[in-house]
Write a protein that binds this ligand. Structure first.
Ligand code: FAD
Length: 281
């Protein structure tokens, strides 16, 4: 099994400290790569750039997320080139979301992620990952159309997929079957987000089309102490990783939320349980 870690850029000095601490503390796990998310606007993109620079300095193989929403093609290409000049050789290529209201493609931009991948592939030789949605992207007409567009992203030159986190492991396994049926053979990296705060995760999940199954909520309900909540969150994520591994899904991308404790505990438990984890991708 291999694993990778996702971070997001800090917005203030407390956030900066959390990011630095998490990225330092998780280094011992030697992930195959780490990734840094990317916002939809100018200043947030500058912060992503600086954060990528720091991860590269720490010696991490660093993927930068890259969105095409709200920008013309030339601007997106220039941004991507600046990351490559920094030493980034892996993009997570995304459409992104319009910050205010329904998605509108930029008139001179890449309309969807498959267009962005095709544009990048004209000059970029490194790794390209794209997003995949086991519970279907919220704006997709159906699972079938969503998988069809995912295939277009891969056919345009993406190397692998990283999924939205999904607490319904059966849904991930059904999705993997669906990919096989669609003739998609590229590497499927499954996003796992240990639950640091059930209420916050439920709110966020509702916005991005991910479900929080009742069975998951019920595991937390007897507890209120931090240590118990931590243990339940770790148990849930460990069980998910083990079930995925038992079903041949060996690549896990941890949404760390710039916190090291939960991800590190999950990894420690997996190692203890002698799950077949390797430390590189
Ligand atoms: P697309 O693949 O373009 O798909 C978007 C929607 O359009 C889907 O419903 C799809 O079915 C449909 N579609 C796709 N292609 C076409 C087409 N050619 N014609 C018509 N319809 C089409 N957001 C950020 O802002 N920054 C980040 O750093 C970030 N990182 C992410 C990382 C991961 C692993 C994931 C899963 C998501 C991330 N997101 C991020 C969120 C992402 O930007 C949103 O989910 C966005 O709504 C869709 O992006 P996408 O690349 O999946 O879009």
């Amino acid at each position: 099994m291999s694993y990778s870690f996702e971070f997001f850029p800090a917005r203030n000095s407390a956030g900066q400290l959390a990011l630095e601490t998490a990225s330092k503390q998780l280094q011992v796990w030697q992930p195959g790569f780490v990734s840094m998310t990317y916002g939809a606007g100018g200043s947030s993109q500058d912060v992503s750039y600086a954060a990528c620079k720091n991860l590269l300095k720490q010696g991490y193989a660093t993927a930068s997320h890259l969105t095409c929403v709200g920008a013309d093609k030339d601007t997106v290409t220039k941004a991507a080139q600046s990351f490559v000049e920094l030493g980034v050789d892996h993009f997570v290529a995304l459409r992104g979301d319009s910050p205010d209201g329904p998605y509108q493609p930029h008139p001179q931009g890449y309309a969807y992620a498959n267009d962005l991948v095709a544009g990048l592939r004209q000059w970029f030789k490194g790794t390209i990952s794209v997003a995949a949605y086991p519970e279907v992207h919220p704006q997709a007409q159906s699972l079938a159309t969503d998988v069809g567009f995912l295939k277009q992203k891969l056919d345009a030159g993406a190397d692998q997929m990283i999924t939205q986190y999904c607490y319904d492991t059966d849904a991930i396994l059904r999705f993997a079957e669906q990919l096989q049926k669609a003739g998609i053979q590229q590497r499927l990296i499954v996003g796992v987000m240990p639950i640091h705060d059930l209420a916050a995760v439920k709110r966020f999940s509702a916005a991005c089309g991910a479900s929080v199954p009742k069975a998951i909520e019920e595991q937390f309900s007897p507890y209120s102490q931090t240590a118990d909540l931590h243990r339940v969150a770790v148990d849930i994520a460990v069980e998910q990783c083990q079930t995925l591994a038992d079903n041949g899904i060996a690549d896990i991308h941890f949404y760390t939320l710039n916190r090291s404790e939960l991800t590190a505990s999950v990894l420690a438990n997996l190692e203890q349980a002698k799950a077949p984890l390797a430390r590189s991708a």
